[in-house]
Design a protein around this ligand. Structure first.
Ligand SMILES: CCCCCCCCCCCCCCCCCCCCCCCCCCCC(=O)SCCNC(=O)CCNC(=O)[C@H](O)C(C)(C)COP(=O)(O)OP(=O)(O)OC[C@H]1O[C@@H](n2cnc3c(N)ncnc32)[C@H](O)[C@@H]1OP(=O)(O)O
Ligand SMILES: NC(=O)C1=CN([C@@H]2O[C@H](COP(=O)(O)OP(=O)(O)OC[C@H]3O[C@@H](n4cnc5c(N)ncnc54)[C@H](OP(=O)(O)O)[C@@H]3O)[C@@H](O)[C@H]2O)C=CC1
Length: 515
């Protein structure tokens, strides 16, 4: 019997961010391995015109929960949605719901955050710092709370090269910043943001670092642990390989590559792709929850969940495996054949962006206009290039994260728990993982049927023929231009034609002789 799974049995668990990528996988794992848990409270907000119930039932009916529903038939009775909005006072939770949470909650997993890189500081502060503060205050009033697990990111201190499993103080006190932001207008906040974020690339990583400081400063007597995952990718093994449901991290660019939009990407050849599968992160999280509740460490322990130091994979290796997979299982309706390469300097990046991204987009938009359709390709390419510019910081750098606490925890798991809650990234086969990642994006994110692969391959062959035809016509036009203006070009042309003629004559003669 798994000690960790047994620990969660009978427990009342509060998950914020349960409708997110990681929150859903966390819920699924809990319901599948500890079906005797008492209840999972999930904070949910209405979104895209859907009520709480509609969102929750749509979420629970996705493929991710199929296995959990087999093991836990009364799964819907285990889930207790609670209206919440992190931007509201008291997280927007009603008095009745709050009373229930304060009375019954044993464990908190705080996943909710804004993970956008371009959020204004005020919004990121609200979601990643102030909401965390309010949840900590709520937790301090909970009568049966055993442990509070906070999700940060391995990039919260990405302005450092070597990062230990410790909390690094930011230059500005969170409370002072929160008070200042209350009365500063947006234009001033926008102006001071670059100075505040201390060489970090965005407000996301900065406010996650501030969130850690708030967790430390307002921990009171709470029993807290912090998880710092790096780039969370599709599932590796559980509940099945390749589960992914958003465009964050590499996902958007993998789609861009598979659809033939992305033809070049600036990447330092030796830069490590520090990707970790979502199920591996969740296994570590549940192990941390158990260990923290049972052993009650004297201080807040930080757990890095990264792959670069234990089982490194380079962006170049990952990228070409992505292309190889889409060769075998192409995405539907590709704009071009997936074909790309790396650039290593700004000039070649600019050149290739012009030649292989913007020029084809402008020509395609011209074709759309000619055929009476709305041009859209240039806009799509600009959006992809904007995304790449946001991700460039993470693609072209590597970091060293210590993993002492994570390795300590691994050593404390029983053999059964090491299997059931496997977070040993050294077991990961990157080629197999990347292939499943791409297939998962095709099946679960783009909802494409694998039966459509032959048609998708035919589409790519048609694109290849159009590409060859286009290049041939372009070559002839350029050559005709040169021949009309240069004796040298004409001489070369005549020489080539006479050579071909002689070869054909010889070939015809030799085949006649054989007969
Ligand atoms: C291996 C690489 C080399 C390749 C070699 C050469 C080429 C070979 C090809 C191989 C394929 C490449 C494969 C791998 C790619 C490698 C690069 C990946 C780097 C990953 C680094 C991630 C770092 C993460 C750091 C920390 C992780 C965390 O802690 S939290 C999670 C991280 N957060 C995010 O990832 C969020 C980032 N996204 C944003 O902040 C925003 O989306 C944006 C600012 C980037 C864009 O905002 P914008 O307002 O313009 O768009 P948005 O409103 O978000 O969406 C509008 C529409 O666009 C769609 N969309 C959204 N995101 C993407 C996306 N990433 N790609 C494509 N499309 C996207 C969205 O659905 C919207 O559509 P509509 O609703 O229809 O309008
Ligand atoms: N994905 C990654 O690569 C990494 C993620 N992390 C951390 O893990 C955690 C989860 O990330 P991930 O699952 O990828 O993020 P998602 O964006 O998938 O999920 C974010 C969650 O937060 C909720 N949320 C956002 N804003 C609000 C709001 N105003 N009110 C209520 N809920 C809100 C979302 O709810 P809704 O569905 O209603 O929008 C969603 O459930 C985050 O703390 C993130 O920093 C750390 C490292 C890497």
């Amino acid at each position: 019997m798994s000690v960790i799974a047994a620990f969660y049995g009978g427990k009342s668990i509060l998950i914020t961010g349960a409708t997110g990528f990681m929150g859903k996988v966390l819920m699924e794992k809990l319901l599948r391995t500890s079906p005797d848990l008492k209840v999972i409270y999930i904070l949910v907000r209405p979104k895209a015109g859907q009520s709480l119930q509609q969102r929750v039932s749509q979420m629970m009916n996705c493929k991710l929960f199929e296995k959990a529903k087999e093991i836990c038939p009364n799964i819907f009775e285990k889930i207790r949605p609670i209206y919440s909005d992190l931007t509201k006072p008291d997280l927007g939770i009603s008095k009745e719901d709050l009373e229930e949470l304060l009375t019954h909650t044993n464990i908190i997993f705080h996943c909710a955050a804004t993970v956008r890189f371009d959020d204004p500081l005020r919004h990121a502060l609200q979601l990643n710092v102030i909401a965390t503060q309010q949840l900590l205050f709520m937790a301090s009033q909970m009568l049966k709370l055993e442990v509070f697990i906070h999700f940060s990111t391995a990039y919260s201190n990405c302005n450092l090269k070597h990062i230990d499993e410790v909390i690094y103080p930011c230059s500005v006190e969170p409370k002072k910043l929160i008070d200042s932001v209350e009365w500063l207008d947006d234009s001033i906040i926008e102006e001071i943001t670059p100075k505040l974020i201390e060489n970090r690339p965005n407000t996301y990583t900065y406010t996650k670092a501030l969130g850690e400081m708030v967790v430390y400063q307002e921990r009171g007597n709470l029993n807290i642990a912090i998880i710092r995952p790096s780039i969370v990718g599709a599932s590796w093994q559980e509940p099945f390989p390749g589960w992914v449901d958003n465009l964050n991290g590499p996902n958007g660019l993998i789609i861009a590559a598979g659809k033939g939009f992305l033809h070049s990407l600036k990447a330092t050849p030796k830069a490590v792709a520090d990707v970790v599968p979502v199920d591996l992160v969740i296994n570590l999280t549940l192990a941390v929850g158990w260990h923290t509740a049972v052993h009650r460490p004297k201080s807040i322990l930080i757990y890095h969940c990264t792959s670069g130091s234990l089982n490194p994979c380079l962006w170049t290796d990952l990228g070409f495996q992505v292309l190889a997979t889409f060769e075998k299982a192409p995405l539907e309706k590709a704009f071009r054949r997936p074909n790309a390469d790396f650039t290593t300097n700004n000039f070649s990046t600019y050149l290739w962006n012009t030649i292989s991204h913007m020029a084809p987009a402008v020509m395609y938009d011209f074709y759309l206009r000619l055929t009476g359709r709305k041009p859209r390709m240039a806009k799509l390419m600009n959006r992809m290039l904007k995304t790449i510019s946001m991700l460039d910081y993470f693609i072209n750098r590597s970091w060293e994260w210590s993993s002492r606490n994570t390795e300590m925890l691994m050593s404390q798991l029983s053999n059964e728990d090491q299997k059931l809650f496997d977070f040993d990234v050294r077991h990961l086969n990157w080629l197999e993982y990347t292939e499943n990642y791409c297939l998962g994006i095709k099946k679960y994110l783009l909802k494409e049927d694998m039966a459509g692969i032959p048609a998708a391959k035919r589409h790519l062959r048609m694109l290849r023929n159009i590409h060859y035809l286009f290049n041939t016509v372009l070559f002839l036009i350029i050559w005709r231009f040169f021949i009309a203006r240069s004796q040298m070009a004409r001489n070369v042309w005549y020489f080539v034609v006479s050579l071909c003629y002689k070869f054909l004559s010889y070939f015809r003669a030799s085949s006649t002789f054989r007969h």
